[in-house]
Design a protein around this ligand. Structure first.
Ligand code: WQD
Length: 339
């Protein structure tokens, strides 16, 4: 069965391609390589022994998107990762984010209905909850006004999908990620932030390996156990496996309604200092960090109620935070060829 993975050379996309191939799916990747490297295709191939079909073009181009689908009408499902995702950049360049993230989604939806492609898995984010009133946060919680244009594109995308389904025979599952971290055990694929990392864990590993001078911890005056902000960190391989389960659910016609939403989190909140402590424990490195002021747009704390995913999707995160930080550290060392 053929599955299209857009953004398949990206961080979560590449890990999902590996899991799909290992479960027997034929994978086709579309990526414009704006935030990833072509070498990821060979890395995936070296892990699974199967080279995914790859086409490089921008999904914002309606004509090229339609032409692609006309050549692959046997696609059984689309997993749509391709999007810009830097929260801070989205505040500086909102139109770049609205155009890229929304137009590409609309082009995919249009082509899927034109060529009767039945199933879509959409890469969403816990960002849609904002700072939840109640924790842990479940899929029933109301979405809140997004803190950033990036988060708003995820909210609007879910609405566009929902409205499109009403007038089509398609099915869709939105997977709301919490904080994906870590890397494949082979250390052949991992998080590849171009430039200065926005996210915590790549900044930690780049500091430990000497690329960054010092990690700034954004605030220790939150109303949390140690004052630093709390998130639900989840291993990227656990996350990738959830996508395969979601695709199978759709293909095997197990959905209860045409649009389903699932939280992908561990259900455990960890503070920034918890993650640093885990990293120091698994690496044996003393991390150079300092506490600074809060980062604009950050929420105080969020972690998932993952009961619905556990019970209905039949998926549960398995890996511990030490496995997450250890895999991130191994990836950083292998990528910088310091093993
Ligand atoms: C985690 C915690 C920071 C960097 C964002 C997006 C989300 C998803 C994941 C795309 C926070 C603190 C971070 C640093 C720090 N992105 N931190 N020093 O902001 O929870 O989520 O990335 O899908 O949609 O919103 O992740 O890793 O940036 O931050 O102290 O140098 O680490 O303040 O508390 P975030 P993050």
């Amino acid at each position: 069965m053929k599955i299209l993975v857009t953004g398949g050379t990206g961080y979560i996309g590449s890990h999902t391609v590996v899991e799909l191939q290992q479960q027997g799916f034929e994978v086709v990747i579309i990526d414009n390589l704006s935030n990833s490297q072509i070498g990821v295709i060979d890395a995936i191939t070296s892990i699974t022994g199967i080279k995914p079909h790859f086409e490089q073009f921008d999904l914002v181009n309606r004509e090229l998107t339609s032409q692609f689908f006309s050549r692959h009408t046997d696609i059984m499902g689309v997993i749509h990762f391709a999007a810009f995702k830097a929260v801070g950049e989205s505040v500086e360049k909102p139109l770049k984010y609205y155009r890229n993230n929304l137009v590409s989604l609309m082009n995919i939806l249009e082509s899927m209905s034109e060529f009767n492609i039945p199933n879509l898995v959409f890469s969403s984010s816990c960002t849609v909850y904002g700072q939840p009133d109640e924790l842990p946060v479940s899929e029933k919680a109301p979405t809140k006004k997004a803190e950033s244009p990036y988060g708003n594109t995820k909210q609007i995308s879910e609405e566009i999908i929902q409205d499109t389904l009403k007038s089509s025979k398609m099915n869709a599952i939105a997977l709301r990620y919490f904080n994906p971290i870590g890397a494949h055990e082979s250390a052949k694929i991992g998080e590849l932030p171009l430039g200065v990392p926005n996210n915590l864990v790549p900044f930690i590993t780049q500091t430990a390996i000497g690329i960054r001078q010092q990690l700034s911890v954004f605030g220790d005056d939150y109303n949390t156990p140690d004052g630093t902000a709390v998130r639900d960190y989840i291993h990227v391989v656990d996350l990738a496996q959830a996508h395969v389960i979601a695709v199978k659910r759709m293909i095997e016609l197990k959905m209860k309604q045409s649009f389903e939403i699932f939280n992908l989190g561990t259900g455990t909140g960890l503070s920034v200092l918890d993650v640093i402590t885990s990293f120091e424990r698994v690496s044996g490195e003393k991390l150079n960090y300092k506490i600074v002021g809060r980062r604009a747009g950050d929420i105080e704390q969020v972690w998932a109620n993952s009961d619905f995913s556990n019970e209905v999707l039949g998926w549960k995160a398995k890996k511990t935070v030490d496995e997450m930080t250890a895999s991130a550290w191994k990836w950083e060392k292998v990528y910088r060829e310091i093993v």
